[in-house]
Structure formats: structure tokens, C-alpha cells
Design a protein around this ligand. Structure first.
Ligand code: AMP
Ligand code: GLY
Length: 443
């Protein structure tokens, strides 16, 4: 492209897009790309057993850590836009390399991905920019940690500084458990990710996820979503990647969302810019709405999963161009995003043994037709011998459904789940209990 981004008068053609990643988030992103009339080819690398289920989407067997392979593919296939789903390739600098090769990327560079890849770094950024967050202490030794614990004399949340596949946070109930979590983390439980810890004041209140699509200068906020992190009903059991979600979460109305933009998202983007970071991608703010106002408990540098699966069906066909505009630093040139005025819900079906030791290779039987308001997004699935679909990961697939109210949407999603079978299937029957008026347990 001969034009520099600042001289662009309109967005360039968007014909070929590749999504990097293999989860439900990437499956739903690929599905959403199909709704743009301009896009001719959609690739997902490496994708999963559901990629090909979406007409026009093709799995490409290049691993997300094969940066050179991905650059080569993008160049030889004249890819117009790369969308990077997971945090690991972002933190490893895949965006930087693709941009250096002249390819448009939606996803921050490695410096920006530190928002998620180093909790201590993100906390410092929040403190310096005056962004409301839990009080914290960064520590590197057991002695330092014990001093903080002694002074505070209450259980603190223990967080490994680095990327720990969603397992790096412990929310202890007692000082003894807090001490145990600190010892385990500093003794190598999370490997290099846990050589530094962030100890944090424990906050109370409902959690909500807010996503801003950023072009380095400007941002566009999506409807808030609520995740369900625990494995079991009643928010019990171990933390997971997320067992289900719904959007828009009524916890934040229009005004509430605007205040999050002013108080948290815009100052974060400005603080990144002040550090010389041209942040083009998602800022995911994980919030707790405390009685003293919203506070950030985590930033991520990508879409949440399953929140992304829940949100994609609410997005208008302009979304791909908006992601392209972000990648080019020109959100001002993007069409206005239409957002369907519907309730969207997602219930995740997980494998037996998830999250500790998910069993793999169970045959999946799907007796369900998708329609305009019902989607099946695949995550841990692959195509086995004879083309049979089999489980290949912890979170296997999700049913996502939209309706005019949450009750109807959940009823359809749970009915749909009754038509999906694999040995050991586990899903929570109380997803969305916060917004469901009818009985909270669907069969
Ligand atoms: P994360 O792995 O960062 O998503 O954190 C996992 C979960 O830990 C969050 O979803 C919260 O439920 C909980 N959590 C994290 N930080 C805090 C905090 N400061 N106070 C209370 N709960 C927290
Ligand atoms: N659903 C939480 C996450 O993606 O981190």
C-alpha cells in the first residue's frame, strides 16, 4: 500500500481475512466475518473441528506460535487483515512481526500486550493514570509477601504476575490459605509467570466484562457481558476459562457504560499512548462493581471467551471493517457499528475432568440445526477418522442463542444442549441466573 494510514480517505478493500487461534472465540469471530458482503475468504489458523462448519471458512494448519509460517501465508495469500484471538501470540510479538512485514493486524503489539502479560506492569499503569483498581502490593520474595500480609492482617488475593493460562489467581478465604498460595506461587507453581506476585485487596460486588475496540487513538465500546468463571452451579468449584455468559449485562446501563469509558477505558488508552504504545486491538476491562464504584480487577489484551461468542451474534455486518479500521489506526473512517437490540446468551459444554485434566477423544453427536438466532461455536473439537467429530480440549463447544428476552434465549440454548451428546458432557444449568425470571435450572 503506497498511502500512509494518516492520508487514507477511506478504508481499503477487505477481501481476505485470517483469524489466529483455535478456540470458541476464534470460531465466533470467523462466523461474524461471514456477515460482511465484501469478504471473499476467511481463514482460521489453526482453527478447530467447527471452522469448516461455517460456510466460507477454512482451517489452515499453521500453529499460532509459527510466526514465520503465518507471515509467509499472509503474504502469499494477500491477506488484508489478521485478527489475533489469544493472548500468547500477542505477548510473544506476533503483531509486531506482521506489522513489520506490512500486514494490517487487529491485536496489540508485545508492549501493549503487557496489559495482560504483566499484572504488576498493568497495576502501575493504572495507578499512574488514576484508574480505579484494588489496592495492591508487588512482591518478589516470601519475606516481602509475609510483611505485607502481616501489616494487612486479612486474606489478600494472590496473583502470579505473568500469563498462567487463567490459573494464576487465588482468592483465599483465610490468612493461612493466603500464605499457602503465596508460598506455592513463589516456589514455582506457575513457573516463570510466578517469580513476581501481585497481592491485592479483595473486592466485593458483581463482575462484568467490558471490551473496547481501539485504533491507538480512539475507541469503541461494546455492550457489557457477564461471564461465569466457576465450574459448578451456584458459582462453586474451581475457576475455569468461563462456563457461560450473557450480554448486554444490565449491571451497566448506557450511562454506566459511558462512565466506564470516561473513568477507565479512555485513560488507559491515553496512558498506553503516553508510553509510546500504539494500541490497536481490544482492551478488555474485568471489573468489579463495588459499592464505592467500579474497579478494575484485570486487564486483558484480547476478547474474553466465552464473552466474545456471546457478543458476536449481536454485532452488525460492519464489524469486520471496524476491526480493519482499528488495525489501520483509522476508526474515524469506519462505518457505524449496528448492535442488535436482543439478549444473547452462551452456555459452554465442557469435557469430563475439565479444568484440571479434561478427557479427550470422546465422540460428539450433534442433532441440532442452527438458525438465525441459534449458533453452535466449537472450541475443543476436531475432526477424527471417518470425519467424526471428537473432543480435543476442555471447553468443547457452546450453544449461543438470541431472543427478545433472556428467559427465551436461555430456554432455547438449554433445549439445544439436550440435542448434543458426548460422554462426560458437563455444563452449568444456572448460567444467567442473575437475569432469568423463570426457574433457574433448565433441564
Ligand atoms: P482472573 O484470572 O484475573 O480472571 O481472576 C479470576 C477471578 O478472581 C476473577 O474473575 C474474580 O472473581 C477473582 N478476583 C480477581 N481479583 C480480585 C479481587 N481483587 N477481589 C476479589 N476477587 C478477585
Ligand atoms: N472469560 C474470561 C477470559 O477470557 O479471560
Amino acid at each position: 500500500m503506497s498511502l500512509t494510514n494518516s492520508t487514507l480517505k477511506s478504508l481499503p478493500p477487505l477481501n481476505k481475512v485470517i483469524v489466529i487461534g483455535s478456540g470458541g472465540r476464534e470460531n465466533s469471530l470467523a462466523w461474524a466475518l461471514r456477515h460482511s458482503s465484501s469478504i471473499k475468504e476467511i481463514f482460521v489458523a489453526p482453527g478447530n473441528g467447527g471452522t469448516q462448519e461455517h460456510k466460507g471458512c477454512e482451517s489452515i494448519q499453521i500453529a499460532e506460535n509459527d510466526h514465520e509460517g503465518l507471515i509467509k501465508f499472509c503474504k502469499s495469500h494477500l491477506i488484508d487483515l489478521v485478527i489475533i484471538g489469544p493472548e500468547t501470540p500477542l505477548a510473544a510479538g506476533l503483531s509486531d512481526k506482521l506489522r513489520n512485514a506490512g500486514i494490517a493486524v487487529f491485536g496489540p503489539n508485545a508492549a501493549g500486550a503487557k496489559l495482560e502479560a504483566s499484572k504488576a506492569w498493568a497495576k502501575e499503569l493504572m495507578v499512574s493514570a488514576g484508574i480505579p483498581t484494588a489496592e495492591h502490593w508487588s512482591v518478589q520474595t516470601i519475606e516481602e509477601a509475609n510483611n505485607v500480609l502481616k501489616n494487612q492482617n486479612k486474606p489478600l488475593v494472590v496473583k502470579a504476575d505473568g500469563l498462567a493460562a487463567g490459573k494464576g489467581v487465588t482468592v483465599p478465604e483465610t490468612i493461612e490459605d493466603c500464605s499457602k498460595a503465596i508460598n506455592a506461587a513463589l516456589n514455582g507453581r506457575f513457573g516463570a509467570a510466578g517469580t513476581q506476585l501481585v497481592l491485592e485487596e479483595k473486592l466485593n460486588g458483581p463482575e462484568v466484562s467490558v471490551f473496547a475496540l481501539c485504533d491507538g487513538e480512539r475507541l469503541l465500546t461494546l455492550p457489557p457481558a457477564q461471564d461465569h468463571k466457576r465450574l459448578e452451579e451456584g458459582d462453586q468449584g474451581p475457576n475455569t476459562g468461563g462456563m457461560g455468559a450473557y450480554a448486554p449485562a444490565p449491571l451497566l446501563d448506557k450511562k454506566g457504560l459511558e462512565s466506564i469509558e470516561e473513568l477507565i477505558l479512555k485513560p488507559t488508552l491515553s496512558a498506553l499512548k503516553a508510553k509510546g504504545i500504539d494500541y490497536k486491538g481490544v482492551i478488555y476491562a474485568g471489573l468489579i462493581l463495588t459499592k464505592n464504584g467500579p474497579k478494575v480487577i484485570e486487564f486483558n489484551c484480547r476478547f474474553g471467551d466465552p464473552e466474545c461468542q456471546t457478543l458476536m451474534p449481536l454485532m452488525g455486518p460492519e464489524l469486520p471493517q471496524i476491526l480493519q479500521a482499528c488495525a489501520l489506526g483509522r476508526l474515524d473512517l469506519a462505518p457505524k457499528l449496528t448492535i442488535l437490540k436482543k439478549c444473547s446468551v452462551c452456555v459452554v459444554a465442557a469435557a469430563y475432568g475439565y479444568p484440571d485434566a479434561p478427557r479427550l477423544n470422546d465422540t460428539i453427536d450433534i442433532q441440532l440445526e442452527t438458525d438465525q438466532n441459534l449458533q453452535i461455536f466449537h472450541a475443543g473439537t476436531r475432526s477424527g477418522e471417518n470425519g467424526k467429530l471428537i473432543t480435543s480440549g476442555g471447553r468443547v463447544l457452546s450453544i449461543v442463542s438470541q431472543s427478545k428476552d433472556f428467559d427465551q434465549a436461555f430456554t432455547r440454548a438449554y433445549k439445544g444442549l439436550n440435542r448434543i451428546h458426548f460422554k462426560g458432557i458437563h455444563y452449568r444449568k444456572d448460567i444467567g441466573h442473575q437475569v432469568r425470571k423463570s426457574n433457574n435450572k433448565q433441564q
